[in-house]
Design a protein around this ligand. Structure first.
Ligand SMILES: Cc1cc2nc3c(=O)[nH]c(=O)nc-3n(C[C@H](O)[C@H](O)[C@H](O)COP(=O)(O)OP(=O)(O)OC[C@H]3O[C@@H](n4cnc5c(N)ncnc54)[C@H](O)[C@@H]3O)c2cc1C
Length: 454
């Protein structure tokens, strides 16, 4: 009697025309992301890998693969570019890794909106819409490599969130097309609030094929570094600029000493021991923003107009958000980070209090944004001089005890990373509808670890 065929071998045998990755080392690399930012996740996720990886080129190929995986009950983990920080695309229970980077067509841009296939890089999406005067409303600092599906499935927002809030704010995502994970997969369009039910759930309740976003008007963005002698001047400048409604801006990062000292590539513009802000304002807003620089005793050490930025290969955007952390980790391997959100209206006071309590150990790096309700605040990606996992927990507890919300970046379970820990009922309904066999990225959501709740 013949030995039973292993389900993964059956996949290969029944779908030989797909673009399978056969090299074991490549499958292992595709199965990892930037979870090594966290010493805790690095320990937990090292060596986790899919049993197979495939790079579909069109919807028919995705359909064939998904249908067969559903029939054979093989887990599927979707991957964009693998720049996530919490092991979101690491297949902790094996199965197939679905690399969406080849499913990347730009579809259209009109009336202030744009639509593309999920595997498109954000950089390519913007390249395609710029001629029509449109750019992304918010994007991660990894926009050169990150995909649209990855931003939607694993991201939060970032550059541009100072105007439009996080990606999940009402009105940013207009619609999407997703495939159900069933023997006969269906393709369904979700619009409005329904289109947010798969957002930031790490590809566990839907396979997204296309996304339609509301876009922002393009401006000629001026990039600048402003340095300050004191923490308070730098923070007060950032606060005043964030609130100045007539100044058109895209990005505002505040880095307290000694964070700027870690950014070696910009050392010519960051005198040792300085506090600094990285600023992107529209060129027409330059005189107004310079008034604030003068008011708070700042010094502009770096200035590049939009044309100069476009002509060169450096943008200051790649020193903000979690790129700041990356630059610091290159200098000091013991660095890790936190993600915290401050209460609008109390955010400056909270930033000062945390600096007083933990300065020297949790180094302040804030990003100014509007929150979901449109209120100006800041979020922080503090650099942490890591000692032990116990101390890391204590540092997060000290934040919580002081009313600062922590979105824990050292866990890979969706609920554990959230300050409130819950999944919205719409997220669970969507899971039932789109992944009834519970095959998508298993091991990441506690709510359906034992099956999908009825
Ligand atoms: C240096 C650095 C800076 C960063 N800065 C930011 C930042 O400013 N803001 C921010 O939000 N994040 C940031 N990140 C995290 C990450 O880069 C972003 O979230 C990015 O959008 C992820 O895109 P990706 O294509 O790499 O997704 P991946 O890492 O490949 O996937 C992310 C998640 O989305 C799911 N997914 C991917 N495609 C699909 C799909 N088609 N259907 C369903 N699920 C899907 C995956 O399963 C996974 O769970 C940063 C990371 C690094 C390393």
């Amino acid at each position: 009697m013949n030995a039973p065929v292993h389900p993964i071998e059956q996949l290969h045998a029944e779908l030989p025309g797909l673009d399978w990755v056969t090299d074991e080392g490549r499958i292992a690399r595709l199965s990892q992301d930037f979870n090594w930012y966290s010493p805790v996740l690095k320990r937990q996720l090292e060596g986790k890998s899919a049993a197979a990886a495939v790079r579909p080129r069109n919807e028919d190929e995705i359909h064939a693969l998904v249908g067969l995986c559903a029939r054979l009950r093989i887990p599927i983990t979707v991957r964009g570019s693998g720049t996530g920080n919490y092991g979101q695309c690491v297949p902790v229970q094996g199965g197939v890794l679905l690399d969406m980077s080849g499913y990347n067509a730009f579809l259209w841009a009109r009336n202030g909106a744009a639509r593309a296939q999920a595997g498109i890089r954000l950089w390519d999406l913007e390249k395609a819409t710029r001629d029509q005067g449109l750019e992304l409303r918010c994007m991660p600092s990894t926009y050169r490599s990150a995909t649209l599906g990855g931003l939607y499935g694993g991201g939060f927002g970032g550059i541009g969130s100072i105007n439009y809030g996080p990606l999940g704010s009402r009105g940013n995502v207009l619609g999407l097309k997703a495939m159900t994970i069933e023997e006969n997969p269906q393709v369904i369009e979700l619009r409005g609030p329904e289109a947010l039910a798969m957002h930031h759930v790490w590809g566990t309740n839907g396979l997204v094929l296309e996304i339609e976003l509301a876009m922002a008007p393009v401006h000629d963005w001026l990039e600048a570094i402003v340095t300050f002698a004191t923490f308070d001047d730098a923070l007060d400048f950032a606060d005043a600029l964030s609130r100045a409604p007539g100044i058109v801006k895209k990005e505002l990062a505040f880095m307290a000493a000694p964070v700027p000292d870690y950014i070696k590539q910009l050392a010519d513009y960051l005198p040792a021991g300085c506090h600094a802000c990285i600023v992107l304002v529209a060129e027409q807003s330059e005189p107004a923003y310079l008034e604030l620089v003068a008011q708070f005793r700042g010094t502009v050490t770096y200035r590049k107009g939009a044309a100069e930025v476009a002509a060169g290969n450096r943008t200051l955007l790649e020193y903000t958000w979690n790129h700041t952390t990356l630059h610091a980790m290159r200098v000091d391997k013991s660095i890790t980070y936190l993600q915290s959100a401050f209460i609008p209206g109390q955010h400056l006071e909270q930033v000062r209090r945390m600096e007083k309590l933990l300065g020297g150990e949790a180094l302040m790096h804030c990003e100014f944004i509007r929150n979901m309700d449109g209120l100006m605040t800041c979020t922080a990606l503090q650099l942490v001089r890591f000692t032990t996992e116990e101390r890391l927990q204590e540092i997060m507890k000290i934040h919580r005890d002081n009313g600062v919300r922590i979105n824990d970046p050292h866990v890979f379970i969706v609920e554990d990373g959230r300050a409130n820990g819950d999944l919205a009922p719409a997220v669970i309904d969507t899971k039932r509808r789109f992944d009834p066999h519970n095959l998508l990225n298993p091991g990441k959501v506690r709510a359906w670890a034992q099956g999908i709740p009825k």
